[in-house]
Design a binder for this molecule. Structure first.
Ligand code: WT7
Length: 656
């Protein structure tokens, strides 16, 4: 491997660094060393500094039952109180949330208003729907302020929320409701996309059709669309909330009481309910907000994610509010009415930190190359990216055209399970390189290990991205399946005799010890920064009666990062016309089972799949064929070696 062209290095902006929370690499190294030498003392310091405890904890970290680590045992707190109440003395009239609707409507919610709105929703859940501490509440909502109230209301009364992204289908919603055994669903009639109303409530109706643990549905009015009401089950938020008291005591929660579940794809057909608990999660959400985005008291911060993903949880709601920041919530899509929308908003709101995904950057670049120049982007200080490795051309455009070559780009590497960033530059300290997540954040024992030996890898060697000690915001469990938790994250890499947390990503060190993430090592595809399990898509495709077998792989995609490429073996011999019809039908099935996000970009009908004699599908071969690469792998061990050529000829004829 001789791609030894050194990446350019960009030093932090000196002006910015002067006031940054972490000002230089000496400070970074000091923090890191402190954590290495006295791990518990380090976290104890920050837990005391950042959290307003109702009752102090007695133990910083309990590792007696690994991999189930317990943090800040004995302590009591309430996350909603951390995010709202404690700011009322000093920030009562400060904007907590600035909402910008799809059609340009906007609303400012101060900390005072956030307090009352959250309390009212909390009372509604408690008094009208009987929601108690520990109950699960599904939130299936558009990007409107009520979604944040719903999250915080649950936190306030100790209920466990589980947000399901609004793009998921009724079937996907039904599965998550069933797995979480949720009692209540909070939804909206619908919302707006590209100025047009779309509906959500009918999806909920479908998901609840038949047997369901859900007793009550709370419907927030957003677009006034026509919906059906099931008497005794469905209630209008807007009607009920008016009469709720505006004070609701915050439930004292144990540090390790669950805060939320968030379902994410893994290597089986069934998504996992990733569980995050209270104290550790909110601590790291706040610390990373402060360190990585370095938001100052009068700053305005915008993360473009959807609250249905972990980024929306930690970096639209919990992190910004825990530190008392002003966070923007945007209902629309970044390319509507044109690809200048985000830059117009930056100018309009004087946004200081902007956080988005590489896929969005690529689309905004492609569709709106000249748009940034039309707006005043001089308020920007920090630009963030997340979700997938960012490619150097997108990085360069972001750095030069959006950041005017003066903003730090924080390429934040993390995942649903890590709760917050784990590898990222610090904007005032870390010299950055294009498309490189750089170094573990202070306190995170992130290392690239050799999966065979458990030893730290050498420069350029490549290995598995691991975290060798538990950290406060790490996943606490897979809901209802402790074995799956152990197997998914602690089964692959053993260091010094101890299983360590493995992220599922490959990575390598460069000559400066910087970490570059190379992508998933498992069968998970990263579509537009969202994780999609191949097994999940395959399970959906198999529901079509005409499908005998299917294998799905990721294929590099110009805008999405990776697209979904499906190899399908049909039961019967179909004509071309029938195959064209099949493509439509199979996509319909996927849409029904998962949602539009899982639609296949390419589908090919093949006579068979390459399998070993024991029946295992050789995905590596399929990935290579999809990319049009040479097959370097030995195919003689296949059950039917001839099938590879047959597949290749089908794929080649499709590509002409
Ligand atoms: C997977 C996690 C974390 C919030 C959004 C996605 C990939 C994430 C980066 C980055 C390279 C990245 C990894 C990871 N990923 N950020 N900066 N550089 N890869 O959350 O759905 O849990 O997906 O996204 O593969 O494992 P998620």
């Amino acid at each position: 491997m001789s791609e030894k062209v050194k990446k350019p290095v960009y030093q932090p902006n000196r002006e910015f660094a002067k006031d940054a929370r972490i000002k230089n690499m000496c400070e970074y190294n000091d923090l890191h060393r402190w954590a290495e030498e006295d791990y518990e003392g380090y976290w104890d310091h920050f837990a005391k500094e950042k959290i307003d405890w109702m009752e102090p904890y007695h133990t910083v970290l309990d590792e007696s039952n690994m991999p189930f680590a317990r943090w800040f045992e004995g302590g009591k707190l309430n996350v909603a109180e951390q995010c709202i109440d404690r700011h009322l003395d000093t920030r009562k009239n400060k904007a907590a949330i600035i909402f910008e609707g799809d059609r340009g409507d906007s609303q400012i919610i101060t900390y005072r208003e956030l307090y009352y709105n959250t309390n009212k929703m909390a009372n509604l859940l408690k008094n009208e729907f009987g929601v108690k501490k520990g109950d699960r509440v599904i939130i299936y909502m558009p990007m409107i302020p009520e979604a944040a109230y719903a999250m915080l209301a649950c936190a306030r009364i100790g209920a466990i929320h589980s947000i399901v992204f609004g793009g998921f289908s009724a079937e996907a919603l039904r599965d998550r409701i069933a797995d979480a055994e949720a009692k209540v669903v909070i939804t909206a009639d619908g919302a707006y996309r590209k100025s047009k109303p779309y509906m959500l409530k009918p999806v909920v109706d479908k998901a609840l059709d038949g047997e369901t643990p859900v007793e009550k549905v709370c419907v927030v009015e957003r677009n006034g669309g026509d919906i059906t009401w099931v008497p005794g089950r469905d209630y209008s938020y807007n009607e009920l909330v008016k009469d709720q008291p505006s004070e609701c005591p915050a439930e004292p929660m144990d540090s390790e009481d669950p805060l939320f579940l968030l379902y994410t794809s893994g290597s089986t057909g069934q998504p996992k309910g990733v569980q995050h608990n209270s104290a550790g999660y909110i601590l790291w959400a706040q610390m990373t907000m402060e360190w990585v985005f370095d938001v100052k008291e009068n700053d305005t911060y915008w993360c473009t994610a959807d609250i249905g993903w972990i980024t929306g949880h930690t970096y639209i709601v919990y992190g910004p509010l825990a530190m008392g920041a002003t966070t923007i919530m945007f209902e629309g899509v970044p390319t509507y009415p044109d690809a200048g929308r985000p830059w117009k908003m930056v100018e309009e709101y004087k946004i200081n930190q902007f956080y988005t995904a590489p896929t969005a950057i690529r689309v905004l670049h492609k569709l709106g190359e000249n748009e940034p120049a039309k707006y005043d982007l001089s308020s920007l200080k920090v630009l963030g990216t997340v979700g997938e490795p960012i490619d150097p051309p997108a990085w360069k455009w972001y750095y030069e055209e959006i950041g005017n070559s003066k903003c730090a780009i924080v390429d934040t590497y993390w995942q649903t399970e890590t709760g917050g960033h784990i590898v990222s530059p610090l904007p005032g300290a870390t010299p950055i390189k294009p498309a490189c997540a750089t170094l573990p954040l202070p306190g995170i024992m992130g290392e690239i290990l050799d999966p065979e030996t458990g030893k730290k890898t050498e420069v350029g060697e490549g290995g598995y991205m691991c975290v060798t000690r538990p950290w406060p915001s790490m996943i606490r469990g897979v809901w209802g399946d402790p074995e799956r938790f152990k197997k998914s994250y602690f089964g692959d890499v053993v260091k010094d005799g101890k299983p360590v947390y493995f992220t599922g990503d490959g990575a390598n060190y460069d000559e400066d010890g910087y970490i570059t993430i190379t992508g998933r090592t498992d069968d998970v595809i990263n579509v537009s920064g969202h994780r999609m399990g191949t097994a999940e898509v395959e399970a959906a495709v198999k529901k079509h009666a005409g499908v005998a077998e299917v294998a799905v792989v990721g294929k590099p995609h110009e805008l999405k990062g990776e697209g979904i490429f499906a190899y399908i073996v049909l039961k019967g011999e179909d004509t071309l016309a029938e195959e064209i019809e099949m493509v439509k039908e199979i996509n319909q099935v996927i849409k029904k089972e998962i949602g539009n996000i899982a639609l296949c970009d390419e589908m090919v009908f093949v006579p068979g799949l390459p399998k070993t004699r024991s029946g295992k599908i050789m995905r590596r071969i399929l990935r290579a064929i999809a990319k049009g690469e040479e097959i370097t792998q030995d195919t003689s061990t296949l059950e039917d070696p001839g099938v590879v050529e047959e597949i290749q000829s089908v794929v080649n004829s499709c590509m002409i």
